[in-house]
Design a protein around this ligand. Sequence first.
Ligand SMILES: *[C@@H]1O[C@H](CO)[C@@H](O)[C@H](O)[C@H]1NC(C)=O
Length: 272
Amino acid sequence: MTTLVTKVPIGFLSLLLIITIATKAAAGNFYQDFEVTWGDNRAKIFNGGQLLTLSLDRASGSGFRSKNEYLFAKLDMQIKLVPGNSAGTVTTYYLSSSGGTHDEIDFEFLGNLSGDPYILHTNVFTQGKGNREQQFYLWFDPTADFHTYSILWNPHNIIFSVDGTPIREFKNLESRGVPFPKNQPMRLYSSLWNADDWATRGGLVKTDWAHAPFTASYRNFNAPPAQSWMGQSLDSTGLARIHWVQRNYMIYNYCTDLKRFPQGPPLECSLA
Ligand SMILES: *[C@@H]1O[C@H](CO)[C@@H](O)[C@H](O)[C@H]1NC(C)=O
């Protein structure tokens, strides 16, 4: 699939995207689908494009991005996070447009000491404005094996999923005055970097460089054809799953952070 031109009208653009995605084989290849953007040889591709690893040492982290831009997408990636003492490290996996008033859909994995839980941090930016954090613990050890992290972004909603279980939904509430990303194509980005000023217990636990290099692994990138997800939203089973995750694993929700929003939470919180 070639990079999309942003000047064409939206209907045509979506159509073009549907056609290009539909004709693209589902199985991902890291050589074909991504380019390393920083960290030099700290990002490595193996097995003819089937496996990618990012690493972080004292001098630098590393990152890659998709060659394609997407206007709506369903993207699945299997990731195995930095094992052992990963405190201070952050692994990101997100969609973002470029420019000042950008849109962004974020997964970030905040490392921890051996045996202490990672935090899965999520956010949604619309037209340059974020401040919509939700954080979760996971119901498994994300460093022991690969797990699938998915972003579904269509005109109706954004759904974050882990191993097929939806954990967060951001609905299109544009008609009620909440901006929704729908005009700016986004690329998929991922990186591994040092954020020990804030990542682990709010910055109290620092990166232990004696354990460097830190490594995260990626495989089985999948961008299924648009007709399978363009109309998708949560059914009652999906809603039940999201409630299960939010009841048992959510550790932060901006919507209920009254200290932060003394005037009341953002509009989408009361509409959702
Ligand atoms: C790390 O472990 C501590 C103690 O269990 C926990 O409070 C914290 O939420 C965990 N995650 C991060 C990223 O700090």
